[in-house]
Write a protein of this length. Structure first.
Length: 277
């Protein structure tokens, strides 16, 4: 598959197409061979990412049978092997088939920030400073530029949940792309489900701890995140496996909404660890 973003690289063209080109734009080199079945599984995904990136990186494909000196030069011992080049030098690599989210993470780590990335970083900074409206505006601006920008989608999910709005947070999650941020978004599911169960009167109500759990979720739906965390910690002090770890999983989701560098967040995590372990 050839395009402006995907090229065939040979021993004679490597210096220009990879080393020189990477001075301005990252280049990912896929070492492969026609007989290699894993290569044929990996290559289409790399090509898809290169097309989606629209020039933010170049994919160079090296047939090791036709270019054995390149394989020797870069100590390619097995294929597929993928190497990333930036500023004229190799900066990272991996060998064999790895999960798609890990490949996406590998690519993202070499890409320069896009305008959406910069707006998302601004949104996260504003959110850490408790400026939710400013953060919301920054995330929405980023999504105007890239409607499936994962970091901005995650930021909006967090804002909705801080406001107690699980429905809109869940709507975003249903269309979340398979990117590095997906795992973090997935950790918010217990909180979204608990909020929805509370609103639909589906939470258990058999014990005093059930009543305390329902009250903690009620506080979360009203945007009182810290009081909800305090209530869940009280439940765990009495029963650290409450309802098959439901209190713990909801508490961990709530902590995901807070600035990880904030001293209060650290204190909550330390207290949780002391209760559980």
């Amino acid at each position: 598959m050839a395009s402006d973003h995907i090229i065939t690289v040979t021993e004679s063209s490597f210096e220009y197409d990879v080393i020189a080109y990477s001075q301005n734009t990252p280049v990912v080199v896929d070492f492969w061979a026609e007989w290699c079945k894993p290569c044929k599984m990996l290559s289409p995904f790399l090509e898809k990412l290169a097309e989606e990136a629209e020039g933010r990186f170049r994919l160079g494909k090296v047939d090791v049978d036709a270019n054995p000196n390149l394989a020797l030069r870069f100590s390619v011992r097995s294929i597929p092997t993928v190497m990333a080049f930036s500023q004229g030098r190799k900066v990272s690599d991996f060998a064999g088939l790895i999960p798609e989210p890990k490949i996406i993470e590998f690519i993202n780590n070499i890409l320069p920030p896009s305008p959406s990335d910069l707006l998302s970083q601004k949104g996260n900074s504003l959110l850490a400073a408790s400026d939710r409206e400013g953060a919301r505006e920054a995330f929405l601006q980023a999504l105007d530029l890239d409607e499936r920008h994962p970091a901005s989608m995650l930021g909006l999910m967090k804002i909705f949940l801080l406001q107690g709005n699980s429905a809109d947070a869940h709507a975003i999650f249903r269309s979340f792309p398979a990117r590095q941020e997906y795992n973090e978004a997935e950790r918010l599911i217990p909180l979204m489900k608990a909020m929805e169960d509370f609103r639909n009167d589906r939470l258990p109500a058999d014990t005093d701890l059930d009543a305390a759990f329902a009250n903690s979720i009620r506080l979360a739906t009203r945007g009182n995140t810290l009081a909800s965390i305090d209530g869940l910690l009280d439940i765990l002090r009495q029963d650290k496996r409450y309802r098959k770890d439901r209190a713990r999983s909801v508490l961990l989701a709530l902590l995901e909404l807070l600035d990880p560098q904030n001293e209060l967040t650290r204190q909550y995590r330390t207290e949780l660890a002391s209760i559980l372990f």
